[in-house]
Design a protein around this ligand. Structure first.
Ligand SMILES: Nc1nc2c(c(=O)[nH]1)N[C@H]1C(S)=C(S)[C@@H](COP(=O)(O)OP(=O)(O)OC[C@H]3O[C@@H](n4cnc5c(N)ncnc54)[C@H](O)[C@@H]3O)O[C@H]1N2
Ligand code: MOO
Length: 401
């Protein structure tokens, strides 16, 4: 049965609760660097080789002996290729005996092929890339907890690292519940509803480097739901249970969470997504997501995503913000509220207005909004105030009014 919780965390309080309760993954696996994009290093990685392993030409040019320049500019009229100089290209090991490179722009050849120099080297080694200039054996290339980027893949391969130990992907079980739900792809009989949250959540889980385990729709029966959650705790690193979270006659989620673990958050202090909960069974976190897709979407973006980040040693992340002038009043609310906003440009300045959700479909709201504003409970905010909006799309997508 529904109990009014004593503590309903704001978004920031919820982030702190996650930071205090979510532990990094303990399992790791060794994979090829070639397939490691986006994975998280499970240990510090050191270079296995030095490159270049011989001095190389740093420019396309000619390699010379610096000793020929000891007494000033030499007479090059009798120089021949392969003796006083040889051609030497960028990145290629210097031919034996040569120590300095003159860039080809400063070398001219007359009609008979004789060399004429437009500049002379000032010191030995000029134009030469030193041994170890790219990577040194034993050097730290990647840190524990570092996310592997395209650049890092290049750096690791240069350092002779072909395989790498990474954190195992968190396995995330998603359990939908509701007798009214029909699996996606099937025709919806009258009075029934499409189950769409599973695949929406799978997409979030994929995006965050997890591995989704999707359960079938579990009927609104206490024992069946409890059985599903207990089995999910056995196989998953994070369990998501969706719906059954509010005050309906068949809303059992909280009772079940109490029976399988320790409930940390019963309900949030903000909407949408107010009926989002957090529990732990041993080391396994369980997030209760609200059934209504708008709330499920918003809480997934805030809390499922950041739980997966913390499990993979990444800090909590929120989108970048834009300071915009509020174009319309925002009414006050009794609880904090994540307000969908449209940010636009007028006379070279950013403005933001709240997107009215009443009477609009999800797709309409989705396409009108391009950011969110976290409104704290209270008396609202007047038009003309500067506010900070968290943006959904890059800056280039913001258009004129
Ligand atoms: N008397 C009250 N009623 C409600 C309150 C309240 O405070 N007092 N809160 C409302 C809010 S806010 C929310 S959020 C919902 C919470 O609902 P539940 O999490 O218990 O979800 P259900 O009641 O089972 O379903 C609600 C709605 O969502 C659809 N749904 C459920 N699962 C899925 C899914 N996997 N994919 C797509 N859609 C799903 C379901 O069919 C219903 O339409 O309670 C309000 N009521
Ligand atoms: O908790 Mo509900 O998702 O605010 O609509």
């Amino acid at each position: 049965m529904y109990k009014k919780p004593g503590f309903e965390p704001s978004r920031n309080e919820m982030f702190s609760i996650l930071e205090n309760n979510i532990k990094p993954m303990l399992e790791d696996e060794t994979i090829s660097v070639a397939t490691s994009l986006g994975r998280i290093c499970a240990e510090d990685v050191y270079a296995k080789n030095t490159l270049p392993n011989k001095p190389v030409s740093a420019r396309d040019g000619i390699a010379v002996h610096f000793s020929d320049f000891a007494k000033g500019t030499p007479d090059t009229s009798e120089w021949s290729e392969g003796k006083e100089y040889c051609f030497s290209n960028t990145g290629v090991a210097l031919s034996e005996g040569y120590d300095t490179v003159i860039t080809i722009e400063n070398v001219k050849f007359d009609k008979s092929g004789k060399v004429r120099l437009l500049s002379v080297p000032e010191k030995c080694g000029e134009g030469v890339g030193v041994e170890g200039g790219q990577v040194k054996e034993g050097e730290l290339l990647a840190y524990t907890g570092e996310r592997i980027s395209p650049s890092l893949i290049g750096i690791l391969l240069t350092g002779g690292v072909a395989n790498i130990k990474v954190l195992s992907k968190p396995k995330v079980a998603f359990i939908p519940t509701g007798d009214e739900l029909v699996p996606s792809g099937f025709e919806i009989p009258l009075g029934k509803n499409a189950e769409s949250n599973s695949l929406m959540l799978k997409a979030y889980i994929d995006e965050c480097g997890g591995e989704a385990i999707l359960y079938p729709i579990i009927p609104d029966v206490f024992e069946k739901l409890k059985e599903a959650i207990l089995s999910a705790i056995e196989i998953a690193d994070l369990v998501l249970i969706c719906a059954g979270s509010s005050k309906g006659s068949k809303d059992f989620t909280i009772d079940i969470l109490e029976s399988v673990g320790n409930v940390i958050v019963y309900e949030l202090g903000h909407g949408p997504g107010k009926h989002c909960s957090l529990a732990c069974s041993g080391n396994t976190p369980i997030i209760g997501l609200p059934g209504p897709p708008t709330g499920a979407d918003l809480t997934a973006a805030l809390y499922v995503k950041n739980t997966l980040r913390l499990m993979q040693m990444q800090p909590i992340h929120l989108p970048y913000r834009i300071i915009a002038m509020l174009a319309e009043d925002i009414n006050g609310r009794k609880i904090d509220f994540v307000s969908f906003m449209r940010v636009f440009i007028k006379d070279g300045q950013y403005y933001a207005k709240p997107v009215e959700m009443q009477g609009k479909t999800r797709a309409e709201v989705y396409h009108l909004q391009n950011g969110q504003f976290y409104l704290e409970k209270g008396s609202g905010i007047k038009a003309g105030t500067s506010i900070s909006v968290e943006m959904r799309y890059p800056r280039e997508y913001i258009t004129e009014a």
